[in-house]
Ligand binder design. Structure first.
Ligand SMILES: [Zn+2]
Length: 224
């Protein structure tokens, strides 16, 4: 009732094209979804690596194309507090992972964390929000109190990309009070570009005994 009333005063708009949504649409309109799905990744890309870190599998739902609708939505998720789109795209990711039988391969979802500082300015962690959508389809627990990110500002102030990738390492650590050994992990990130973030996460996970590690993302930039 209240949500009907609110939507009368503030009609919901599509995160991708700003057109008014009809009742059956949530966060993203049908025509934007059609466009986004043109960039859906059909085949697993075996060329993807995270430095020298070996993982058991990598999957990204979409290719991230410059100036695309998807890029705009991801921008809204990151910088304009668009939680709902993160959730909706998380559900889409979950559907694909279910088709790929991921629910038989994993014990828990570990969203890539953001620092407390960033959390304060953004109000939510986008990967965690995607994970919540994913969980509605692939029902395994989400673990957020284990893999942590330090409050580093170094990496953002350096312009040199190589320097940045060095500094991004060691930015993640494991909360030793929480034990999560012998688990099959699903590490979830929103966007994979250079892979430096994930490489750094995987390094932090080295100190732990994991049965297997899968990495999934909403979108990944296309490698030439
Ligand atoms: Zn739209």
């Amino acid at each position: 009732m209240l949500s009907d009333f609110i939507s009368l005063i503030f009609p919901a708009k599509c995160s991708g094209c700003q057109s008014l949504l009809i009742q059956s649409e949530k966060a993203i309109c049908t025509s934007c979804f059609i466009e986004i799905n043109e960039y859906a990744i059909k085949n697993y890309d075996p060329k993807f690596s995270f430095g020298r870190k070996k993982i058991d599998g990598f999957f990204s739902l979409y290719f991230l194309i410059k100036n695309s609708i998807l890029q705009k939505i991801i921008h809204n998720i990151k910088f304009k507090n668009d939680r709902l789109s993160a959730h909706v795209l998380g559900v889409e990711l979950g559907k694909r992972l279910k088709e790929l039988n991921y629910n038989d391969k994993i014990d828990c979802i570990v969203p890539v964390p953001i620092s407390k500082k960033k959390l304060r300015s953004r109000t939510f962690n986008q990967s965690e929000e995607i994970a919540k959508g994913l969980k509605t389809v692939v029902n395994v627990p989400i673990v957020t109190n284990w893999l942590k990110r330090k409050n580093g500002i170094k990496s953002q102030t350096l312009s040199n990309r190589f320097q940045r990738s060095i500094n991004v390492q060691e930015e993640y650590y494991l909360n030793k009070k929480k034990t999560l050994k012998n688990k099959r992990l699903l590490i979830l990130d929103d966007v994979v570009t250079t892979g430096a973030t994930l490489q750094s996460c995987l390094e932090a996970l080295d100190s732990n005994k994991n049965k297997s590690i899968y990495v999934v993302a909403l979108a990944a930039t296309k490698k030439d």
